[in-house]
Ligand binder design. Structure first.
Ligand code: GAL
Length: 425
């Protein structure tokens, strides 16, 4: 059961590879920074502010230490989950103007870039940097097409987490240590919060609503049927999906009305500030709590979205070597830092994620991260929709459009379900 998610997803993609230029430059031929590409290394991400920027800066510091001859150039484009970055990146790639390296999610999203012939094979770097045995095999499988590996993973995040303010819960007569068994039980708690006049559940713009949606599908369908949504075995038109969408609609009715103007940091901040009781967000949220000195247990509590306990909503960030990168040697140096133990420890400590490397010491990480490491080791791994693991970008864009239409009153539930089914095809 455990690994079924990612394996099934990789299989479901059924990728037909177009011609890819092979053989990334192994780099490292003598002094660094002296190649044709110069010394600048443009690193394209969407980690532009707050705790995400802090994470990127931690990685940048290790890069400066390991590769002092290169200059990190921050090409970050603001917008959580790459909501603005991915479109801009596509424009640049199609115009033949790639950055030296860019962030891409393991799984279906990465295979989009591979299929479009936009990425170099970096398998040789795995050998050169000794990476072949340090990542979980199933993660490497998600980065591999036809025996070639196309990126170096920096971290693993979990999408199906609830973050809650214990003081707000207590004011509503809810025991912060008691985790609701399922979505219905949680809705009863949301009603109790609503009676106190505080926003029960904070959410932000569309992608965060899709993040909420995927977790409700996990909770209501269970791991196997949720995975079936992506490999064709679960019918999107089915009654269990209808129930999940009804739950989603009810949950959305408990959220802040200014949601479409916010991004994830503002929605999570509402829980930190006590203006909302709960927020569903991937576990980059923990970095926002920790960065502000809010302690787990007393300042915030966390638990898997009720009903999704035992599932790890999986996503991983990774870095690529684009075809035509101006500075492939510099990008190779960046990939070395990303894959290094030192880079992974520094980055993940700041980012809230867990290292993709299996040789990192859990004791170096926070109590929340240690629980995520345990969950990743024992739970069913199910792919995140909102973060590129489950579906190609075109599918997730169509799901986002349908979701935005539904949550802004442009469609009813039956239409929404039809549009989701059509989006996945
Ligand atoms: C995800 C990404 C995370 C985090 C989050 C919010 O897609 O994988 O690392 O940055 O978006 O922006």
């Amino acid at each position: 059961m455990r690994r079924i998610g990612v394996v099934a997803t990789a299989a479901a993609i059924g990728l037909a590879l177009t011609a890819c230029s092979g053989g990334g430059d192994g780099g490292g031929d003598g002094g660094e920074g002296g190649g044709d590409g110069g010394t600048d290394v443009e690193v394209f991400t969407w980690w532009a502010a707050g705790s995400e920027l802090t994470g990127l800066e931690a990685l940048e510091a290790v890069f400066a230490e390991q590769h002092p001859d290169y200059t990190f150039v921050n090409g970050a484009v603001a917008g959580g989950a790459g909501s603005a970055a991915k479109d801009l990146l596509q424009t640049r790639l199609q115009a033949g103007d790639p950055p030296d390296t860019f962030q891409a999610h393991a799984g279906a999203e990465l295979t989009d870039y591979i299929a479009a012939g936009q990425l170099e094979d970096v398998s040789d770097l795995y050998t050169e940097f000794g990476l072949t045995d340090v990542f979980p095999q199933d993660l490497i499988d998600l980065l591999t097409v036809d025996g070639s590996i196309y990126s170096v993973p920096s971290n693993i995040h979990r999408s199906n987490m609830v973050w809650a303010n214990p003081t707000v819960l207590e004011s509503a007569g809810i025991d912060p240590a008691a985790v609701p068994a399922d979505i219905d039980a949680w809705i009863a708690d949301l009603e109790a919060v609503q009676a106190t006049g505080v926003t029960p559940l904070s959410v932000a713009t569309t992608w965060t609503q899709v993040n909420l949606l995927e977790t409700v599908l996990m909770a209501d369908l269970g791991a196997e049927a949720y995975i079936g949504l992506w490999n064709g075995e679960t019918d999107w038109a089915g009654a269990d999906v209808t129930t999940a969408l009804e739950h989603f609609e009810t949950l959305m009715s408990f959220t802040n009305t200014d949601r479409d103007g916010l991004d994830w940091p503002e929605a999570t901040q509402m829980v930190i500030d006590g203006t909302a009781a709960y927020n569903v967000m991937g576990d980059w949220a923990v970095a926002a709590f920790e960065e502000q000195g809010i302690e787990r247990g007393t300042g915030f509590v966390d638990f898997p979205v009720p009903g999704s306990d035992g599932q790890f909503g999986f996503l991983a960030d990774s870095f690529t070597l684009p075809v035509g990168a101006p500075n492939p040697d510099g990008a190779t140096a960046w990939l070395e830092t990303v894959g290094s133990l030192e880079g992974q420890v520094a980055f993940n400590q700041a980012k809230g994620s867990i290292p993709a490397r299996t040789d990192a010491d859990p004791a170096d990480f926070s109590s929340y991260q240690q629980s995520a490491i345990e969950s990743y080791a024992s739970d069913a791994i199910v792919p995140s929709l909102a973060h590129g693991a489950a579906a190609p970008i075109a599918v997730s864009n169509a799901i986002s459009d349908a979701t935005s239409k539904f949550t802004t009153g442009g469609s009813d539930l039956a239409t929404y379900q039809e549009e989701l089914a059509a989006a996945v095809g």
